[in-house]
Write a protein that binds this ligand. Sequence first.
Ligand code: CA
Length: 229
Amino acid sequence: MRKVLVLEDEENIRSFVVINLKRAGYQTVEAGTGEEALAAVKDNPDIKVALLDIMLPGMDGFEVCRRLRAMDNKIGIIMLTARTQEMDKVTGLMTGADDYVTKPFSPAELTARVDALFRRTGGDEAPVSPDEISDPPFLLNTRNRTLEKNGQRVKLTQVEYSIVKLFMENPGKALSREEILDTVWGKDYFGELKIVDVNIRRLRIKIEDNAQKPTFVNTVWGYGYKWGS
Ligand code: CA
């Protein structure tokens, strides 16, 4: 398994990074502070690449980078910087970083950098296709075709499972009802779009805390649905 440490104190950015790395086939270890990151690397000697945010409460990303380098010279380090000043780049490289990504970054840019660093650090075992998509409180297992919410199995039909998978593979993206129908039922299916709505309604009853006020499967009026906000 190709393991990546993600050090980022802002939870929404961290989960964005983690979701995208998982989708690209990486295993992730998360840390919210520099101290947690250093402990995680000690506990997980198979971490090959670390993504380090710079602005953190307490020890900053540069210091973490410096200490990681003192522990292990082989780990690949990418700094996540919100600032674009040359100073950060110089400081980052001086402390031993291999690369950086400037926020805001796209998932494609991030995974391309991580892939490249894995190749350079010799951590390039065969890419593992992800068999889990984690988006707390949900965990989708694509091998067993199962969904858990807060660790509890949610009983889904195959169609409902396919809808959830499509959503979780496209977090935050508005999906048209036609697109959902084509993907889940297949392009040859000559049914009514209403079948999408019926299944979504049932799905909401199973996965939402309150199906009347959905927060996971949201309606995009006049268009379709999207996962999350
Ligand atoms: Ca930060």
